[in-house]
Design a protein around this ligand. Sequence first.
Ligand code: THU
Length: 133
Amino acid sequence: MEEELIERALQVRKNAYAPYSGFRVGAALLCADGSVYTGCNVESAAYAACCCAERTAVSKAVSEGRRSFLAIAIVGGKEQVKDYCFPCGVCRQVLREFCPDTLQVIAAISCEDYRVTTLGALLPESFSAADLQ
Ligand code: THU
């Protein structure tokens, strides 16, 4: 499962639009029904309008009717992927909107070299929809 998601993330990273940072990111999100939605980062000359790869993937999945997710694989780097890329704070919060603490977050350098953690570990004591009840 991890290797297939990482492969999808590496593939979609090729589409990253990152002319300002040069940092290209790909993400692959595994849904509970087995489908996979991918996303890359999409930057903007108005920097604040940049969208991370993870949020691209979540938006694609939700807009196609998926709201239940099991895992996300992420790859990022300038020329080559040389280090693990974990989701930024904004993406962690967006994942929190749809995912339980058990969501697997796979930060990968390659299909053979990756780290697995959970959303709960990356965003403990988080604020979520439950707090608005
Ligand atoms: N980026 C992502 O797509 N995901 C992350 O988790 C970290 C950062 C993007 C945003 C921006 O386009 C570039 O990487 C540099 O921050």
